[in-house]
Design a protein around this ligand. Structure first.
Ligand code: SAM
Length: 289
């Protein structure tokens, strides 16, 4: 039985070990068992699954994962939490704690060693200061993953799942939607954490696509174009692409490419869909090569 996931047990553990919260590690521990149940349900964790947890903290979500998964690997940067995790996870024999910085770990190698390279589920209440590098790192390294179910800042969850025309639409939306299908499973208020964060949170599940939704000749070029388009949101697409350091082409060539896309010459990047960015990228690719 998971014992953590409520304020009383959390405070008891924190006091027992004289734990001091480290702001620099984004430490906001979950103290609401309903939210924990929702995370497990949204991730669809079963006894078949190997789960990688990023940032177990004192082991609250980890206990829930151990109850429902076959095996759990939990990666925690803060060494002062390791003896606490030894204690709170002592009832489970299906968990391994690794004291490492997730951004420095070779996750592909870990999944290869621990799960024979078969897809894992990633479940976490993420440290918010590195949400994007963690998620983009997993995508770009092509780690074998079924789904990534994570607590993130509400505003970041909105950006991940929004489309053209929304103020939240941007490079992160396109990057996430290129690799995965996003679904916001729950909105979570600050009082579900200790200490309370200054922002609202949400649980988002990113289910990796079997086949990418668009085919593109050069993925890297497409993401350069996307970044350049949103770097200067208020500019037209042609000026955005002409202005930055990402795309090194004469303005006329960029204008020509946009006209071949059959959209208005004054269109802004924020109006283009992923499909249109992919087509624009291929048109520009052909002009370069
Ligand atoms: N999972 C716990 C919970 O839900 O109560 C704690 C979540 S807390 C928001 C984020 C955790 O990530 C903290 O324990 C923090 O120390 C850890 N962390 C921060 N940066 C990390 C990194 N680069 N690599 C691994 N863990 C990290």
């Amino acid at each position: 039985m998971a014992t953590l996931g409520n304020p009383k047990e959390t405070i008891e553990i924190l006091n027992k070990y004289h734990f001091i919260f480290q702001k620099k590690f984004g430490q906001n521990f979950l103290i609401d068992n309903h939210v924990l149940d929702k995370i497990i349900k949204a991730a669809g964790v079963t006894r078949e699954d190997m789960v990688l947890e990023i940032g177990p903290g004192i082991g609250t979500l980890t206990q829930y994962l151990c109850e429902s998964a076959r095996e759990v690997i939990a990666v925690e940067i803060d060494k002062t939490l390791i003896p606490i995790l030894d204690d709170t996870l002592s009832a489970y024999d299906n968990v391994t704690v690794i004291n490492e910085d997730i951004l420095k770990l070779d996750i592909n190698k870990l999944v290869q060693e621990k799960n024979n390279g078969k897809p894992v589920k990633i479940v976490a209440n993420l440290p918010y200061y590195i949400t994007t590098p963690i998620i983009m790192g997993l995508f770009e390294a092509h780690v074998p993953v079924d789904n990534i179910t994570v607590m993130v800042q509400k505003e970041v969850a909105d950006r991940m799942q929004s489309g053209p025309g929304s103020k939240d639409y941007g490079a992160l939306s396109l990057a996430v939607q290129y690799y995965a299908d996003p679904y916001i499973a729950a909105n979570v208020p600050p009082n579900c954490f200790m200490p309370r964060p200054n922002v609202g949170s949400a649980v988002i599940r990113l289910t990796l696509h079997g086949d990418k939704p668009v085919k593109v000749k050069d993925e890297k070029l497409m993401f350069k174009i996307i970044r350049a388009s949103f770097n200067q949101r208020r500019k037209t697409l042609v000026n955005g692409l002409n202005n930055g350091t990402e795309i090194d082409l004469p303005k006329e060539t960029i204008a020509e490419a946009i006209s071949e896309l059959m959209v208005s010459p004054t269109i802004r990047g924020e109006a283009l869909t992923l499909e249109q960015f992919a087509r624009l990228s291929d048109i520009i690719y052909d002009k370069i090569h």
